[in-house]
Ligand binder design. Sequence first.
Ligand code: BT5
Length: 244
Amino acid sequence: MIEKSSLAVPKLIYFEEIDSTNAELLRTDRALVPELTAVVSASQTAGRGRLDRDWVSEPGASLALSLLLRPKASEQLGWITLMAALSVRAALQELGVVEPAIKWPNDVLVEGKKVSGILAQLDGEDLILGVGINLKAQAGAPEHATSLEELGIAADMDSVLHELLTQFRLRYLRFATDPDWSVELSANEFRQFSITLGQKVRAIYPDGSELVGMAKDIDSFGNLQIDAGELHTVSAADIIHLRN
Ligand code: BT5
């Protein structure tokens, strides 16, 4: 079922159903497994988004992946989230999706609807990178969700996963080998495919406070720069695009 993808990483552990692939990797004895170990599931009973929100992944309709990463420094979390979003976007384009785009920091949207979400969690020196991609329509998914099938793409889980792992490995290994060059390439890729930059946005911080301004650029940590009279650097927030 996931033969192609198994060849793309050193170790791949597959479940038909699990509570959450991120939770599974967090409770695994990771001393015994190599970096880029992948936990994959065809459905989750307790999939999670940021701030402990629900992530819907119903049987046969979604792909849930968590990758074990060991980045050199924890401040790289922002970049790794962005690189994951860039990888999902590129993978979807390879699979035939028309104009997939990135909403900072962790959503991949098509026609304004969310097809994929990313959740990076640090645990000591390990970073657990979770990616969810909707393969088919799901009864429990919110109205602003879409899926590959709804976008006219009939791709099996193995093909989607293989493309995603290939795209991510490329960016992650480049980042490990030459971080400065990698950041420059990824920043340019983000500028090309982001629907956030150049928009008037409302940033809602995890503590509930808000900031309204123009999304100008990202910095070398993957933070969003918002011009609200003066320039603010935002590392974690929900972004709402406002009409200009
Ligand atoms: C995310 O959070 O988008 C991160 C999603 C990460 C999911 C992966 S699956 C593998 C790994 N294991 C896990 O348990 N999680 C990761 P956030 O930006 O906070 O968005 C969450 C919001 O997206 C929810 O509050 C809903 O509004 C919406 N949502 C939930 N399920 C969705 C779905 N299937 N498709 C689109 N939107 C969804």
